[in-house]
Design a protein around this ligand. Structure first.
Ligand code: C2E
Ligand code: MG
Ligand code: MG
Length: 546
């Protein structure tokens, strides 16, 4: 009997230890009174390479009070491994209470978790932290600044005309540029771990109150990055940025408010001509509320088939013409907002460009103007032409040439009676692309005018290379004509140049008889301005000129 019993026990013990060896987790039993292990399974011994003593985890198995009954996580540096450890007190064979530990290796899960966390916190393209992480960190920095009675700053950066590089060189190069910029930003001392990409070409930098005294230095370093060209696709490209700056907690003490105010300041920087930094202040705010209002109303207005927009026509005169001097008109958009009243294009076109609403609005003007001109042509003024302003944003649309072709087809206007006015606000490096698009537009038979000449990046060299039919001198030169020698000479020289290279010259902003007389003496015949007529509603234009 006794033997049998012993045999029974042996079998029991064997199967028990087989189970313990195969449970898939580390198991150990420790007697704390004698400070020794009573049992360890193989899995446990492997996990700790037989050397729990001396390992940094030693303490885990030395004081059950540290762990109690709960599941706990521990990291072992030597092996770069993560464990969860469960502990409970059990009676041992001799009735003594001892500690039983089960240990699970969760390194794989941990690594996976970290990867997911990284993906959730970091921007896939640049490796910078993303918007989500930015908001988390900002909350932390605001709290810190408040607690320590300090001040921090948030810099909101938006690249200027990044779209041109992206569209012009292709997204691949756009990506290269974004990565290079990210890398340079991260190298600036003091902000190594507080640069964020918010999406697209927008970056945020947070300056905690500990680094706040370095603000000027950091701003200089950032400016330095953008003052140098980037070598892309075999050529040097300049890419500038605009920046809005807010201080916390001075300007706001929650994430949403700060980001909104930084965006307001950023928009102000853009509005003032880009390539600059603006600090947020309340004055900007007043105009920004207007802007938010404007934004909301403009979105609605474009949704409603552009009903609130109206195209006015300003006649263009040819002084050399006998009889009726009118040779056509420039289409100029007007927005009569139901909520905001009348808004000048100078105020809403830049915002429409910024918001990407210029395409539907511009498309509307193009369609209307061509319809109208076709109507004039059919009503006995075959020679009347219409000029339509095209924003650079529109011009860089991939399908702009198709859009124009479609309007020609829809309205039946003769292509040579449509002139598209473009400006030179493009960075010089996009010239090649601009030339190519204009060339394709011209091959439709449409004419191209260079608007506001003299105010942009104009280089006379480019003029010669560009597929342009008409140069329109900006009205600031005409304002000074007869008063400022430079203005006189400029207009005269551009007139002669246009003649030489076979382009037409149109002078806008002619307000007085004297100005007109002066221009006539310079042999300039194509003119436009209040002296003849203001931009007129279509009925009025037709009453006078049809
Ligand atoms: P712009 O193309 O250079 O148009 C000429 C501007 O000068 C017009 O201002 C016109 O009313 C004004 N003007 C004409 N003659 C005189 C004059 O004798 N004296 C003075 N002081 N001003 C004169 P407007 O209509 O306010 O348009 C401003 C700008 O907004 C335009 O400049 C153009 O760049 C833009 N714009 C207007 N309509 C459109 C459009 O449909 N699409 C786009 N993309 N831009 C447009
Ligand atoms: Mg124009
Ligand atoms: Mg102009």
């Amino acid at each position: 009997m006794k033997i049998e019993h012993k045999e029974d026990r042996r079998v029991q013990e064997e199967s028990l230890s087989a189970i313990l060896e195969n449970v898939g987790c580390g198991v150990c039993v420790k007697d704390f009174e004698e400070n020794r292990f009573l049992f360890t399974n193989e899995c446990f011994r492997k996990m700790f390479k037989n050397s729990i003593t001396g390992s940094k985890l030693d303490y885990l198995f030395s004081d059950p009070a540290v762990w109690g009954e709960e599941r706990n996580e521990a990291y072992m540096e030597e092996e770069d491994k993560w464990f969860t450890i469960h502990h409970r007190e059990i009676p041992w064979a001799d009735g003594k209470m001892v500690s039983l530990y089960t240990v699970y290796d969760i390194t794989k899960t941990k690594r996976y978790q970290k990867k997911i966390e990284h993906q959730a916190n970091n921007d896939f393209l640049t490796g910078l932290y993303n918007r989500m992480r930015c908001e988390l960190d900002l909350t932390k920095y605001i709290r810190q600044a408040k607690a320590e009675n300090g001040e921090g700053a948030l810099l909101y950066i938006d690249l200027d005309d990044f779209k041109h590089i992206n569209d012009g060189l292709g997204h691949r190069y756009g990506d290269v540029l974004l990565k290079a910029i990210s890398l340079s930003l991260q190298k600036i001392h003091g902000i190594e771990t507080s640069c964020y990409r918010m999406g697209g070409d927008e970056f945020v930098i947070i300056i905690s109150q500990r680094e706040y005294q370095m603000l000027d230095y950091i701003l200089n370093e950032i400016a330095e990055i953008f003052s140098k060209p980037w070598f892309l696709k075999g050529a040097d490209y300049y890419c500038t940025m605009s920046m809005g700056i807010v201080r916390f907690p001075t300007n706001g003490d929650n994430v949403q408010e700060l980001i909104q105010k930084a965006d307001i300041a950023l928009y102000e920087a853009k509005r003032q001509g880009k390539n600059r930094c603006e600090f947020y202040n309340d004055k900007v705010e007043t105009s920004s509320f207007k802007r938010l209002d404007l934004e909301k109303n403009m979105r609605n207005a474009t949704r409603n088939a552009c009903e609130e927009f109206e195209v006015f026509y300003q006649p263009i005169m040819d002084g050399a013409q006998t009889g009726n001097p009118c040779v056509g008109a420039e289409a100029l958009i007007r927005w009569n907002s139901q909520n905001l009243g009348f808004i000048s294009p100078a105020d809403f076109i830049p915002l429409a460009e910024y918001l990407g609403l210029i395409n539907p609005i511009g498309g509307f003007v193009l369609q209307k103007a061509c319809e109208r001109c076709k109507y004039w042509n059919d009503r006995g003024h075959q020679e009347y032409k219409v000029n339509v302003n095209l924003s650079v944003v529109q011009l860089l649309q991939n399908d702009i040439v198709d859009q124009v072709a479609q309007v020609l087809k829809d309205t039946g206007i003769r292509p040579c009676n449509l002139t598209l006015e473009v400006t030179e606000s493009l960075a010089v490096n996009d010239m090649a692309r601009m030339k190519q698009i204009l060339g394709r537009i011209k091959s439709l038979g449409v004419r191209v005018a260079l608007d506001d000449f003299g105010t942009g990046y104009s280089s006379l060299n480019h003029i010669r290379e560009m597929p342009i039919d008409v140069i329109k001198i900006d009205r600031c030169f005409i304002r000074d004509i007869g008063k400022d020698e430079f203005a006189d000479v400029f207009v005269k020289i551009v007139g002669e140049l246009a003649d030489t290279i076979g382009m037409n010259l149109c002078v806008e902003g002619v307000e007085t008889r004297e100005q007109y007389e002066k221009l006539k003496k310079m042999n300039i015949s194509l003119v436009q301005g209040f002296y003849f007529d203001k931009p007129l509603p279509v009925e009025e234009f037709e009453r006078k000129y049809l």
